[in-house]
Write a protein that binds this ligand. Sequence first.
Ligand code: IPD
Length: 259
Amino acid sequence: TPAELMLRRYAAQGLAAEAGRIALDYFGRKESLGVTMKGAQDWLTVADGTVEDFLRARLSELFPGDTVIGEEGGGEASDAVWILDPIDGTANFARGDRNWCISIGFLLNREPTIGIVAAPSLGELYVAQRGQGVTLNGQKIAVSDTDDIRRASLELGWSPRLPSQRYLDVMSRAYAAGCSIKRAGSGTLGLCNVANGRTDGYAELHINAWDVAAGMVIVGEAGGWVSDFFAGDGISKGNPILCCTPALASQLNDITGIS
Ligand code: IPD
């Protein structure tokens, strides 16, 4: 019901703020981060596990009928599933770069429905609910009105999960079209930055559900175009993602091959 969804949104907002304080405490004490590598360019710190355990425990307590999937602990999908990234942009976090965040998404019947993103070291909290709008620190936000690719800024995400050549092909098509390209290291904040108009698009050829579940609601409510990430095996295996201003969608579909 609408009341049950609103309850989830308020609860997740409060938990994101609390989780933000836990993570920020680690961020300030670099020596206790316990950095390890899960794989090539795939970073892990003690904070990732601590924040995820905290969020899982609180969400299961508050909403025992919902399931929870997290980057570090896995989990099962269901009709009412929370999808968590305890720290997105872990490599940034471990290096002392402030561009990282906590991402809490909620999917109802596979539809991204609630998106909360806390970026505590930037002092930013995004709150979105499908059909109810999106705010950044309480103020409404909207995507930019950029419609000319030669004025557009596109963030391109990357990971070693796919062959490098595929990223290079997209990048060269984007440069050839006259796009300005950047990479800031958090897929979730990449989506949030489309929503607030700081960039005009975010694309990545493979990304995991926890990196985009919340951001997709945030971009959609800000008036952006969002690719159908949850098609097929999106929840369990990941998919490509493209989010952008509506006016750039068809050009960026062609450049990235993502629709
Ligand atoms: C990564 C970041 C990165 C994206 C990768 C993700 P993590 O997530 O979002 O920007 O390009 O695909 O795996 O490991 O920092 O949570």
